[in-house]
Design a protein around this ligand. Structure first.
Ligand SMILES: CSCC[C@@H](NC(=O)CCC(=O)O)C(=O)O
Ligand SMILES: [Mg+2]
Length: 367
C-alpha cells in the first residue's frame, strides 16, 4: 500500500460538562485526525495528544508537526502494511501518540481493503465489552454523588473517581457509603501524589477499591512498588507505561499488578497488543484507558478491549458521556456494555456534516 497524500485535520468538540482532574479542567476536546489517502483506499486515525502537554509530554501542535515534517517523509517511499509503520518510524524518538495516529490510519485503510475488522485483526474474542466511566473532581460531595447516581442508573459496570490531595478519602467514603459495597470502584490520581503521601494513600485500602491508578510520577516505579507492598488494593499504572518494555519492567519491579493500556500512550494498537500479551503471560489483568476520544478512537478502543486479557471494564464510555454530537455515529450503552464494531477497519467513518461542523484546521500533505 502506497501513500498518495495525508490529511491532517483538527476538530474541536465541546464537552457536555467540564471534566476536572488533578491535571486541570477540560471544557473542549481538540483532537488531531489523520486521514491517509492511498492506492488501496482511505483510512482514519486519531491522535490522543491534547492541546497542552499536561497528561504526557506530547501536545497536539507538536504531534501534527512531527507527523508532517518527519513521519510522512519516512513513510512516503515505502510499500506499507500496518506492521511496517512502527519499524519505519523507530529512528524518531518519542512522539508515541503521533506515531499511533499514523499507524491507526494505515491499519484502518489496510483492513478496509481486506474486508477485515480491527477486532478480528487484533485477536478479539468478544462481540460486546463491559465498560466503565471516569468521574471528574466535583465542586461538592453532593454533586459527585448525583453524578455517580446518574452513571450507575445508566448501567456503567465500573465507576472511576478522579482524586488529588484534598479530594480523596472523603468523596470515596461518601460514594461507598451511599451506593454500597457491590459497586466496582476505582480511583485515578494522574500522578498527583508524592512519595511522602504513601501512608495517607494506604488508607485507600478501607474502601474495597478494585485498583488505585497512577498515584505517583510516571518514572517513580519505586514509590508505586512501595505502595503496592503496603496495600491490599492493586496498584494500576497508566502514565508510567509507554511500551511493552516499560510494562515488563514495572511488573518485574512490583510497581503494578494491573495495567491501563492506552494505544496512543504506547505508540499504537500493535504495541498495545504486545503489552496485552506480555501482561497475560504474567497474570496481570489489563483494561483499555480513554483519552476522551472521538468515535474513531472509541471504535478502535472497543476492538482492543475485545481481546481476552482485557478483563476489567475500561474507560470507553457512551458518546453522550462527553459529547452532545460526535463526528461518527454515537456509541450507546446497553446493559453496561458497548458493542464491538464488526465492520471492516475501525467499523466507523466520520459523518460529513458533523465533521465539517467541528473542523477548525485542515491541511493536506502530498506524499
Ligand atoms: C487527563 S484526562 C485523560 C486521561 C485519563 N482518562 C480518563 O480518566 C478517562 C477519559 C475517557 O473516558 O476517555 C486517565 O488518566 O485515565
Ligand atoms: Mg489514568
Amino acid at each position: 500500500m502506497k501513500l498518495d497524500a495525508v490529511e491532517l485535520r483538527q476538530v474541536a468538540l465541546p464537552l457536555v460538562s467540564p471534566f476536572r482532574t488533578s491535571l486541570g479542567t477540560q471544557t473542549v476536546r481538540t483532537a488531531l485526525l489523520v486521514r491517509v489517502l492511498t492506492d488501496e483506499g482511505e483510512g482514519w486515525g486519531e491522535c490522543a495528544a491534547e492541546d497542552e502537554p499536561t497528561y504526557s509530554p506530547e501536545h497536539l501542535a507538536g504531534a501534527a508537526d512531527a507527523i508532517r515534517r518527519f513521519m510522512l517523509p519516512a513513510l512516503a517511499p515505502l510499500e506499507l502494511d500496518p506492521a511496517a509503520v512502527g519499524p519505519a518510524l523507530r529512528h524518531l524518538r518519542g512522539h508515541p501518540m503521533a506515531k499511533a495516529a499514523v499507524e491507526m490510519a494505515v491499519l484502518d485503510c489496510w483492513l478496509r481493503a481486506r474486508r477485515t475488522s480491527l477486532a478480528a485483526h487484533l485477536g478479539g474474542v468478544r462481540q460486546r465489552v463491559r465498560v466503565g466511566v471516569s468521574v471528574g473532581i466535583a465542586e461538592t460531595v453532593d454533586a459527585l454523588l448525583d453524578t455517580v447516581d446518574r452513571h450507575l442508573s445508566a448501567g456503567y459496570a465500573r465507576i472511576k473517581l478522579k482524586i488529588e490531595p484534598g479530594w480523596d478519602l472523603e468523596p470515596i467514603r461518601a460514594v461507598r457509603e451511599t451506593f454500597g459495597a457491590d459497586v466496582m470502584l476505582t480511583v485515578d490520581a494522574n500522578t498527583a501524589y508524592e512519595p511522602g503521601d504513601l501512608r495517607h494513600l494506604a488508607k485507600l485500602d478501607a474502601f474495597g477499591l478494585a485498583l488505585v491508578e497512577q498515584p505517583f510520577a510516571p518514572d517513580d516505579l519505586h514509590a508505586h512498588a512501595a505502595l503496592a507492598a503496603r496495600m491490599d488494593t492493586p496498584v494500576c499504572l497508566d502514565e508510567s507505561i509507554t511500551s511493552a518494555r516499560d510494562a515488563a519492567e514495572a511488573i518485574r519491579r512490583g510497581a503494578c499488578s494491573i495495567i491501563n493500556i492506552k494505544p496512543g500512550r504506547v505508540g499504537g494498537y500493535l504495541e498495545a497488543r504486545r503489552i496485552h500479551d506480555l501482561a497475560q503471560a504474567n497474570g496481570v489483568p489489563v483494561w483499555c484507558g480513554g483519552m476522551l476520544e472521538t468515535g474513531l478512537g472509541r471504535a478502535a478502543n472497543l476492538a482492543l478491549a475485545s481481546l481476552p486479557g482485557f478483563t476489567l471494564p475500561g474507560d470507553i464510555s457512551a458518546t453522550e458521556r462527553y459529547y452532545h454530537r460526535d463526528i461518527t455515529r454515537p456509541f450507546v450503552l446497553d446493559g453496561g456494555e458497548l458493542a464491538v464494531p464488526a465492520e471492516p477497519g475501525l467499523g466507523v467513518l466520520p459523518e460529513e456534516a458533523g465533521l465539517e461542523a467541528c473542523t477548525t484546521v485542515v491541511e493536506t500533505v502530498s506524499c
